[in-house]
Design a protein around this ligand. Sequence first.
Ligand SMILES: C[S@@+](CC[C@H](N)C(=O)[O-])C[C@H]1O[C@@H](n2cnc3c(N)ncnc32)[C@H](O)[C@@H]1O
Length: 232
Amino acid sequence: MGRSHIRSRRNSDPTGYGFSLEELPSPLDPAVLFGDAARTMPLEIEIGSGKGTFLVAEGEARPDTLFLGIERARRYWLYAADRLRRRERGNSRILRGDAVEALAALPEAVASGLHIYFPDPWPKRRHARRRLLLNPEFLAGIERALAPGGLLRVVTDAADYFDAIGESLSDRDRLRGVPYEPPASARPGELAGSNFERKYRIEGRPIHAFAARRTAPDRASGAPEQIRDAVR
Ligand SMILES: C[S@@+](CC[C@H](N)C(=O)[O-])C[C@H]1O[C@@H](n2cnc3c(N)ncnc32)[C@H](O)[C@@H]1O
């Protein structure tokens, strides 16, 4: 992801837009990040924001919604936070930390939407926690964070990983597959509009996407077939 370019950004300043999970109180009230807007505006979360392309564009396209990115890698977090600050994206913030820990710190049913675009499918350092979407603890965190009716979107280029996600979702009873619609900021022909999608489309890689909706507490249903039916 252009590391030399990232390292050269010596003057990056995250002030007001980038926060570190370990320095914040837990449980984490979104008002700490967004002020009073957190009491009245819907919140959507992006996990693994990378350079923040989606956070910037979706925040601009939908100014009536708050967007919170979670990014583990400091250099990308810093790059994205600086970008949000320079663009004065008042409705977007980015947290530095692990997604599992961040979701656990946030209140239950905090999010009306959850975006996961091009998660690292098979991290080099083998550690189950880092395999986003294949880990039951992480899936439980997603179900807990999403409000009933909230929408999960996942886009990836890795076909085997995508199949494995379908398997792991088959055990969940609180997510129901729905037809995939791209987010507002995606350009024509795009499924997510993230940095990695643009890079991989130039390389001609196939791209896979699905969406699932958090069921209401009394309407738990979720079959793997439904998730797979939603695949594009
Ligand atoms: C392949 S990049 C994709 C970036 C962006 N979503 C895009 O599509 O351009 C995956 C990102 O997810 C982050 N990531 C992976 N596992 C994570 C975790 N457990 N918590 C937070 N961020 C994570 C990585 O640091 C990396 O920046």
